[in-house]
Ligand binder design. Structure first.
Ligand code: FAD
Length: 408
């Protein structure tokens, strides 16, 4: 009997994980990648430390996603599974104090190299510079160095990624292969936000607002700092275009929700979350003769936070202790928008789950979809890669079942 032929389009985290799962079965696996090499986004992600997953209670982990469509797979392929997967590849890992899982080497190159070696050893074939230009029924149309050809497969797995960082390969041409009803519009996620600073802020570009709390508060706060929405703690980097940092990424979803309801992108900051409002008020009401900068510094603000206050609070309030205490604990800042999608860490939106039956496309049963192409959103912190790994394996599980593959 001839072996089933499976095409995987995209050699990123999800495509490789799907190939990994299927490589235990008796079938021919061909991975087609439009770039000259595999896993470019994995390598890029590793530049600042490849955060593979997150060690936290699984229900909390699952709540990080805006969908429960693959929650069962996250349970199955959780942080500990990924840890042991790495160890089997000979890649040492560690869990940092924040619960994030990283390779000890931090970068992704050792992990990727070991993984590709394993896959090649198990017979997975790789075709680089092979761009899929269309999929029709069970035929894939390719372009390889301007030579176009087509091939038929028993299953076609699309693992082409989202729309962010297109220079790494996730260019999003696949959007045109789907019906518009099968896709939710793709939007930037885990992305910086834009604010037009005055020239006064130029010297603070690249500087951090340390240990602040921030939230999206669409109901204007009243006379204290109690608010309705989820608060996030951490640092925020002031940039020439606005704000950037993991804390801002965590609030991306709330910001979008807020925009839907109010038409405004507003963040509120508590610049001194460890200082009680009343204590702060006492310090700010000091009658000693001193400059405003000295007064604010004594209250606990560093010069970057003071600069932000001067930038965002109307001058008429600077000498009013009560007002300033309020603004230090509830500084509202409005933003003009998000940075462009090609700068985003990830994209939300994508192939809708209701057009899929366990990753198999209802409109074309030869086609399966996994990874960031799927319609999900999650913050940074290892949740994106975990989802790509889990859906890659889940997709492989269903392909094996649909094609009646036999384990080697
Ligand atoms: C700067 C940065 C840092 C990040 N850091 C982290 C992190 O630390 N932790 C984390 O969890 N997540 C992180 N992410 C997100 C994570 O890297 C992605 O969510 C994940 O890599 C997506 O995997 P994927 O397989 O779905 O897509 P991709 O990794 O984008 O792979 C898709 C592949 O498909 C190929 N392809 C696309 N179209 C075609 C076509 N038509 N024909 C042939 N090949 C095609 C592409 O060239 C690409 O190689 C980061 C992302 C960025 C940009």
């Amino acid at each position: 009997m001839t072996k089933k032929r499976i095409a995987i389009i995209g050699a990123g985290a999800s495509g490789l994980m799907c190939a990994d799962y299927l490589s235990d079965f008796d079938c021919d696996i061909c991975v087609y990648e439009q770039m000259p090499s595999a896993g470019r986004k994995l390598l890029w992600a590793g530049k600042t430390g490849l955060n593979l997953s997150h060690n936290e209670p699984i229900d909390k982990f699952i709540d990080r996603y805006d969908t429960k469509a693959f929650a069962h797979l996250i349970r199955q392929y959780d942080c500990h599974w990924i840890e042991s997967f790495c160890h089997q590849l000979g890649v040492e890992t560690y869990i940092g104090s924040t619960g994030r899982l990283f390779p000890v080497a931090m970068k992704g190159s050792q992990f990727l190299r070991a993984w590709l070696n394993k896959l090649r050893h198990k017979g997975v074939q790789f075709f680089y510079k092979h761009k899929c230009i269309n999929v029709d029924n069970h035929t894939v149309y390719f372009d390889n160095d301007n030579h176009q050809f087509s091939q038929k497969f028993d299953a076609i797995i699309l693992a082409c990624g989202g729309l962010s960082y297109p220079k790494l390969g996730s260019t999003g041409e696949w959007v045109g292969w789907f019906g518009s009803n099968e896709i939710n519009p793709m939007t930037a996620s885990n992305i910086g936000i834009c604010h037009n600073w005055s020239s006064y802020m130029v010297e603070y570009y690249g500087k951090p607002l340390k240990r602040v709390t921030s939230w999206v508060d669409n109901d204007k706060p009243k006379n204290n700092h109690k608010t309705s929405n989820k608060k996030e703690n951490g640092d925020i980097i002031i940039t020439h275009y606005g704000f950037e940092s993991g804390l801002v990424y965590k609030l991306n979803r709330d910001l979008k929700e807020g925009f839907k309801h109010t038409g405004k992108l507003m963040l509120t900051l508590d610049l001194l979350p460890d200082v009680d409002f009343d204590k702060l008020l006492t310090k700010l009401k000091s009658i000693k003769k001193q400059s405003l900068n000295t007064l604010w510094q004594k209250a606990g603000l560093d010069k970057i936070k003071i600069a932000l206050l001067r930038e965002c609070v109307d001058k008429q309030y600077w000498h009013n202790g009560e007002k300033m205490a309020f603004f230090i604990k509830n500084l509202p800042i409005s933003f003009e928008g998000f940075r462009p999608i090609d700068e985003a860490i990830s994209t939300a939106g994508g192939v809708k789950f209701d057009g899929l039956s366990y990753f198999q496309l209802k409109s074309n049963p030869y086609v399966f979809v996994c990874g960031e192409m799927l319609d999900f959103d999650a913050p940074t912190g290892g949740y994106l890669l975990t989802a790509c790994f889990a859906t890659g394996r889940g997709c492989g599980q269903n392909v094996a079942e649909v094609l009646n593959l036999i384990k080697r």
